[in-house]
Every structure is written in structure tokens, then in C-alpha cells.
Design a protein around this ligand. Structure first.
Ligand code: SAM
Ligand code: SF4
Length: 341
């Protein structure tokens, strides 16, 4: 007789319960953003990736143990073949409160939007309601430079397709010194005009991208001061439990989130973990150290998987270790596209 798999909550040694899993399904991407990867990245051999079935098994183990939110990410998640079938299977777990297999409250996606015209309707049919889209500029030439060859029109068409399909879109923009710094108010005004929330993110020193991070880093404390000379920002108390701190902008009527891993540490309330596309579990984005769930699953089945993820959560670090001072090495060697942003 096989024993039922564990359903006890995953609580780390600092009392934080893990409720949020970010699942990277590929390290590949159709863009090459300057803060995320090198111009010529060495992509992993496909044989190293978890299969879609394994990704589902790992996600299911987390859901059974109290994870209520799963975000599919990458690399660009929508360039992985058949990824929508994984999303459709996970979608069947939405809203199953009281089930011994656990209940998923939200299934979502972070994407660069280029593939959304093909997939937006299927995402909605799978139960997805909200997505995050990364967009750092509305200037086509700057977009091409920052993404090393991408076309702004593709991302804008993808965002329009998502909206038309009924998805609510939040824009994520990485704030970069001397790059899009002058354009941030216009980007915020555009997003709010389109009915989208927008979140600004500080560049994190993740992976070697061939540039000193102190050149890219723009503290959001300074951005916020400048925005406040133009607009009235009122902090909102409703937090999503995530790292963003939200504000209402009176003049645009929209919501603005600020993610400040460097200037405002948010680790105390961290309830998330990240699975790389090769099945390595990172309990902290900003620390080295991983637990090999792929090996545990392949060698010891679902029991081995549960034992490995318990060990990983027990060792979740208290806080990250980012450093963007001039000449500092990346805090972690792996790139964002591998860990999953
Ligand atoms: N390709 C998808 C996209 O761009 O939305 C999903 C993966 S991407 C790695 C996820 C998020 O990570 C994006 O919003 C991107 O801007 C952000 N990101 C990548 N590298 C980063 C870095 N070094 N610092 C801060 N954010 C970063
Ligand atoms: Fe691709 Fe997203 Fe990284 Fe840009 S941020 S290179 S779109 S994975």
C-alpha cells in the first residue's frame, strides 16, 4: 500500500509559510534584455530541462502543501513548446478549496508579450486572469537597444491581444540609470491611461551580463522623489504580500508599485520560492544555494521530491545579499532568465 503524500504546510525556520511558487519553464528567450542576459547567452541543452510532466508534478507537490499562487516564468515562458498545455493542466487545480491535493487561488504568468497574440485566449480559457508584462520603454529605438533587437510593436500588439482576451495586465519596468530614467513618468502615464497597473523594479546584480551593475543601477528612492515633484503619490495599504509597495497616483488615477530590493529590503515577509527550468529550487533569489528537485524526483519519485523540498524550505535564508557598489561581483552567478524573474 502506498502512503498518501504529505500535505503539511511548508514553514521555514523564520516562521514564513511558503505560499507562492515561481516556476521557470525555459531559459530561452526571443529577446536579449541588457540587464538579464548576455548578448550571446549559452542556453542549456533541452535535455536538462524538466519535462512538462515533471513541472506539473513539482507544482502539484507544492500546491498540496499550501502553495496558493503559481507564476509561470522563464526565460520567455511562451517560447517553450506546449507550455500552454501545462498551464491548462494546472488551471484545473484552480479553486479546489478543501481538496486534499490543495487549492490553487491564482495561476499567472510573466511574459515579454511577443507571443500573446497566439496564446492569450487559451490562457484565459485555462483560468488565468492577470499577467505581468515586461516593458521598459515606449521608444522603438530604445526598445531595440535594451532588448538587443526586439520590436516594440510586437510587445504592444501582445499587450493589446491580452487586453482583448480579457486578461488584466500589469506592466513591469526595470529602472535603468541613463537608459529609461528620463522616460519613466511617460511610461507610467501611458500604462495608467491604458488601464494597467505598473511596477518599477531596481536592477538586481544577478548573473554576469557584461556590464558593471553600478552603471545600470538607479535607486527608486531618487525616482520616487522626482515623481513626487510632479504627481501626488499616496501609499496604499493593500499589499499583495509581494515585494512591491503600491501607491495611488492622483493625477493619473492609476496604481504604481515600487520594488526596491536594494534600497528597501522586503525579505521579512517573503513567502516565495523559485524553481529553475532544470528543477533546482532556490529559496532565495539573491543567494547562491539550491536543492536539486529534479534529481530527487527522478531517483526517488514523489516521496523523494517531498523530502527534498522540506529540506530546502528548512534552509531558506533570512535575507538576500545584493551589492551594486562599483566593481562588485554579481551576488549570484546564475542569470535571471535561468532562475525565473
Ligand atoms: N521573459 C519574461 C519577461 O521578460 O517578462 C519573463 C522572465 S524575465 C527574467 C522576468 C522579469 O525579470 C522581467 O520583468 C525582467 O524585467 C526582470 N529582470 C530580469 N533581469 C533583471 C535584473 N537583473 N534585475 C531586475 N529585474 C530583472
Ligand atoms: Fe527575455 Fe524576459 Fe530576460 Fe528580457 S527579461 S531577456 S524578455 S527573459
Amino acid at each position: 500500500m502506498t502512503l498518501p503524500h504529505p500535505t503539511t504546510p511548508l514553514i521555514d525556520s523564520f516562521g514564513r509559510q511558503i505560499r507562492y511558487l515561481r516556476l521557470s519553464v525555459t531559459d530561452r528567450c526571443d529577446l536579449r534584455c541588457v540587464y538579464c542576459m548576455k548578448a550571446q547567452p549559452d542556453f542549456l541543452p533541452k535535455s536538462e530541462l524538466l519535462t512538462l510532466e515533471e513541472l506539473e508534478q513539482v507544482a502539484s507537490a507544492f500546491i498540496a502543501r499550501g502553495v496558493t499562487k503559481v507564476r509561470i516564468t522563464g526565460g520567455e515562458p511562451l517560447v517553450r513548446r506546449d507550455v500552454v498545455s501545462l498551464i491548462e493542466r494546472l488551471g484545473t487545480r484552480l479553486g479546489k478549496a478543501g481538496s486534499p491535493k490543495g487549492a490553487l487561488e491564482e495561476l499567472t504568468l510573466t511574459t515579454n508579450a511577443t507571443q500573446l497574440p497566439r496564446f492569450a485566449a487559451r490562457l484565459v480559457a485555462a483560468g488565468m486572469r492577470r499577467i505581468n508584462v515586461s516593458l521598459d520603454t515606449l521608444d522603438p529605438e530604445r526598445f531595440a537597444r535594451l532588448t538587443r533587437g526586439g520590436r516594440l510593436a510586437d510587445t504592444l500588439t501582445g499587450i493589446a491581444a491580452a487586453k482583448a482576451a480579457g486578461l488584466s495586465v500589469k506592466i513591469n519596468a526595470v529602472a535603468m540609470k541613463g537608459e529609461n530614467e528620463d522616460e519613466l513618468p511617460d511610461l507610467i502615464a501611458w500604462a495608467h491611461g491604458q488601464g494597467h497597473d505598473i511596477t518599477l523594479i531596481e536592477v538586481m546584480p544577478i548573473g554576469d551580463v557584461g556590464t558593471d551593475r553600478s552603471i545600470q543601477f538607479l535607486p527608486l528612492t531618487a525616482v520616487r522623489e522626482r515623481l513626487e515633484q510632479r504627481w501626488t503619490l499616496t501609499p496604499l495599504s493593500d499589499s499583495t504580500g509581494g515585494p512591491a509597495r503600491y501607491h495611488h497616483v492622483a493625477e493619473t488615477g492609476g496604481r504604481l508599485g515600487l520594488i526596491t530590493p536594494l534600497t528597501g529590503n522586503f525579505c521579512a515577509s517573503c513567502n516565495r520560492v523559485r524553481l529553475t527550468c532544470t528543477g533546482q529550487l532556490h529559496s532565495c533569489l539573491g543567494r547562491e544555494g539550491e536543492v536539486d528537485l529534479r534529481g530527487a524526483l527522478r531517483e526517488h519519485g514523489v516521496d523523494g521530491l517531498h523530502a527534498a523540498l522540506e529540506a530546502a524550505i528548512a534552509n531558506k535564508p533570512e535575507a538576500h545579499d545584493f551589492d551594486v557598489s562599483p566593481g562588485a561581483k554579481p551576488s549570484v552567478k546564475r542569470h535571471m532568465a535561468i532562475t525565473g524573474g
